[in-house]
Structures are given as structure tokens and as C-alpha cells.
Design a protein around this ligand. Structure first.
Ligand code: 5GP
Length: 203
């Protein structure tokens, strides 16, 4: 259901680099309206095909550190030698306007969001196996062997954080992962506390 909501739902999606999150997110957004993708800020270099302001806002380390100092970030983390962070301003505006907001962030950032926004939905997405994750990272062909090794080691650490999440989605096939996320979002929309204004007429 895509009708306007009383308040937008903050959705945190985490999963190791290479799991296919971007593809899943693109497919989810093609099927769903009233949802906004929070474009993160990062100090890493753009990959081939990535666009500034679309995939990320690519900024210098100095600019990122200024944003931290000025308290402009809902959360941020250092991940494989680069900063990644979520600007707070636009997210607030969207949620207040009844629009869902999806954050694609790693586990340290997600833990910070959990502390600040306990009502957010926390979803972790995994590949069908560790071997498949390695295959996908190699197939992507954008990072050096060293970077891939770093990302795989990081993935092992991240999997230990899964118990802190509410939902686990398996990306064996994109369509299945999207279907599971849709089901989670629909269930959240049906929560009594999300429909209090609608419920008032039956009082
Ligand atoms: P990549 O370099 O592969 O695009 O992203 C590396 C990791 O950083 C991914 O796990 C991604 O979810 C995470 N990430 C992207 N944006 C943010 C952000 O704003 N904050 C945090 N904490 N992590 C982010």
C-alpha cells in the first residue's frame, strides 16, 4: 500500500559489501513509491559508473570532518579507511512529510541509529554463502585483491552483529530479497501504532 502515512518509517539496511544491496534497493524503489533513498556522504573515490549526488555525495576528508564537527550527521563510521555518513537534515524532513527513508549503512552506523532512533526497522541482508560473496566481489571487478580481502574480512566481522537486527533477508535472487523486504515494510505499516490517526475515527 502506498498511501500517505502519518509519519515515514526509517529503514536501516545493512549487509556486506558485494552482497548486492544496490541492485536490491534499485528494484525495491522501482516497485514502491513514497520511499526516499538517503544519499550518504563518503570520502572514498567513486567507482566506475557511480555519480556524485546519486550513489553518494563524494567529499574530501576535510569536508567530512567539518560535517562531524558541525553535528550535521545522524551517524557516521570509518569503513575500510574511508568515512561514510548520513546527513540528518533531509531525513527529518522526509519522515515528517510521511515519506519512508531507507539508509544503506554498515553495522557501526546502524548501531548509532539504533541508539538515536529506536523505532527504525533494522534489516540485514546476506548472500546465500560466504563463497558466493567472494565470487560476487571478484565479478564486480572494481577493486584490487587487497581491497577485496579487506572487504571479506570486514564481512566476517559484520555477520557477528546480525543478532542486533530485527530481520534477516537472504539475497539468493534479487526478486526473492525484494519480496521479503516488501513483506517486512508492509507488516510495519500495519502496526497499530502506525495507524493511530486512522484508528481515532473508531473510538
Ligand atoms: P561501498 O564502499 O561498498 O559503497 O560501501 C561500503 C559500506 O559502507 C557498505 O556496507 C555501505 O552500506 C556502507 N555505507 C554507505 N553509506 C553509509 C553511511 O552513510 N553510513 C555508514 N555508517 N555506512 C555507510
Amino acid at each position: 500500500m502506498n498511501q500517505k502515512k502519518e509519519r515515514g518509517q526509517l529503514i536501516v539496511l545493512s549487509g556486506p559489501s558485494g552482497v548486492g544491496k544496490s541492485t536490491v534497493i534499485a528494484e525495491l524503489f522501482s516497485q514502491r513509491s513514497n520511499i526516499y533513498f538517503s544519499v550518504s556522504y563518503t570520502t572514498r573515490q567513486p567507482r566506475v559508473g557511480e555519480q556524485d549526488g546519486v550513489n553518494y555525495n563524494f567529499v574530501s576528508r576535510e569536508e567530512f570532518e567539518r560535517m562531524i564537527a558541525d553535528d550535521e550527521l545522524l551517524e557516521y563510521a570509518e569503513y575500510v579507511d574511508n568515512y561514510y555518513g548520513t546527513s540528518i537534515k533531509l531525513i527529518r524532513e522526509k519522515l515528517d512529510a510521511g515519506i519512508d527513508v531507507l539508509l544503506d549503512i554498515e553495522v557501526q552506523g546502524a548501531a548509532k541509529v539504533r541508539a538515536r532512533c529506536p523505532d527504525a526497522l533494522f534489516i540485514f541482508i546476506i548472500p546465500p554463502s560466504f563463497e558466493e560473496l567472494s565470487r560476487r566481489l571478484h565479478r564486480r571487478n572494481t577493486d584490487s585483491e587487497d581491497v577485496i580481502a579487506g572487504r571479506l574480512a570486514k564481512a566476517r566481522q559484520e555477520f557477528r552483529e546480525i543478532p542486533k537486527y530485527d530481520y534477516l533477508v537472504i539475497n539468493d535472487k534479487v526478486a526473492n530479497a525484494v519480496h521479503e523486504i516488501e513483506a517486512i515494510l508492509t507488516a510495519a505499516e500495519c502496526r497499530v501504532d502506525c495507524r493511530s490517526r486512522m484508528l481515532a475515527q473508531f473510538a
